[in-house]
Write a protein that binds this ligand. Sequence first.
Ligand SMILES: [Zn+2]
Ligand SMILES: [Zn+2]
Length: 549
Amino acid sequence: MRKVFQVIPLGGCGEIGMNLTLWCVDDSYYFVDCGTLFADEHHPGMDLIFPSLDCLRERGIKPTAWLITHGHEDHIGALPYVYEEFPAPIYTTLFTAELIKEKFRGLERPAPDIHVWQVWQRTAFRNAAVTPFPVNHSIPDACGLYFETKYGNLLHTGDYRIDRSAPEGSMTLDNLTRVTAGRETLLMTADSTNVFVPGTDREEQQIATNLVKIFADVRGRVVVATFASNIWRVKSAFHAARASGRKVVLLGRSLLRNYDISKKLGLMSEFEEGLVVGQEELKLLQPSEVCVICTGTQGEVFSGANRLAFGSLDSLRLDGDDLVILSARAIPGNEKSIGILINQFWRIGCRVITGKEAEVHVSGHGYAQDLMDSIALVKPKYFMPLHGEFRNLVHHIRLANKAGVPPESCHLVENGDVLTIAPDALGVIDRWDVGRDFVGSDRVISGSADVLRNRVMLAKNGIVEISFVVDSTLSRMLDEAKIAVRGVNVSADRVSDALKSSFRSLMRAQRKGAWTPESLSEELRIAVRRELEADVGYKCVVSLFVHRI
Ligand SMILES: [Zn+2]
Ligand SMILES: [Zn+2]
């Protein structure tokens, strides 16, 4: 058996999203997180992206266990799509477990084998042990992982921020102190999301205070849009609603589901029954008695915020006295759809406040000083940034240097790099090819790369389809060709002319009987495309079928 301790990121080192890292101890592989990235306009018809696991199939690698840090999509989103082929017990906290179960149910997958662990509960495996410790983040039950092996210990921060009056009840820095006390940390891997933001993150408590002030001045309804999993923000809005004598209506299935889970976990115990009411009770309330919490901060089409803005909700029509608060950051790439949403709210007369106009949002990821404080506290022998684009990773290493980890002890690792840290090598000694897989309409698209290439090509160029019949000697066209032009700036008549002239020149160029249906079809396709290029200005896709009778 080989003796080795390796860290191999398959996703999340080069992008913010689709996190998946393998921790390899001898012959065991611990899979940490399994997330997705949202597809954008460069991926027509695709909804989600996640790391391709072909590199594991080729090597016959299966997980010993899945270790899941928290319930954000970039950490759990791909689990339902890969779990059946890569089954192993999933270890995670209660809130995360509920979200994972819900995800599998929603996609009609068999329930996974989930082991709910308590934070600080050390779980021993055959050749390693792991202790989840709580960290502050924008979702309940987020944890970092302390991973013990005979080669040394690894501290993985997970996604985290530092909140000095944390809604979680304990602060990340205190928990880092506790988990590292009395032991050496060989390697620290850490969240690089906000490396470029100087200083320290603010407190959720401050947002609650700000919302109370803002709510008090509104004559009509207040709408707070946030992420459904950001229970701390939902609670801040609850506080402000109660302080201004408003009832709360939760709009959206995911919000209601997460509210139920939070109640089950006791996270809502300080709020009296009756604060949250159903939509049907709205007609009994004055606008000044209403606070609506909804999803849709990114301008998503089917979200609560979108339905409110475009007036598609009969029970609730906003008007000029109402205020809309977008209490979340704009995820890069979503600016346009957020702009459409905000404009529409203004169009129907509402005022809109975002993080630009008032302090209505704090980040779930620590700022530069927070990250340096954490590294200085852990004092790892080696440091490896993850959860970031390449530039984030580079900058995080600079922060680590300032925090006392020398440059030669920091490892800049990208997806597929095999970082060996023990026992007899240190550094990236191998590289796996890691592609990307896609999900469209809830299904993994097999051969994603080819499908995507074709979709992009068709979306950009359009297609001309030609089908026609030739005689048995392949020298005479019978009847008119059937032609379909989709998304190309040329008429079917012009294509027909190009086909006939190309056919004639090919017949002149080669003697009768020298063609096969395949060679004729291919040469003709190329000739027609060349002729159309003069008209349309580029090589469009031509699909051509020759039928011989
Ligand atoms: Zn997160
Ligand atoms: Zn994340």
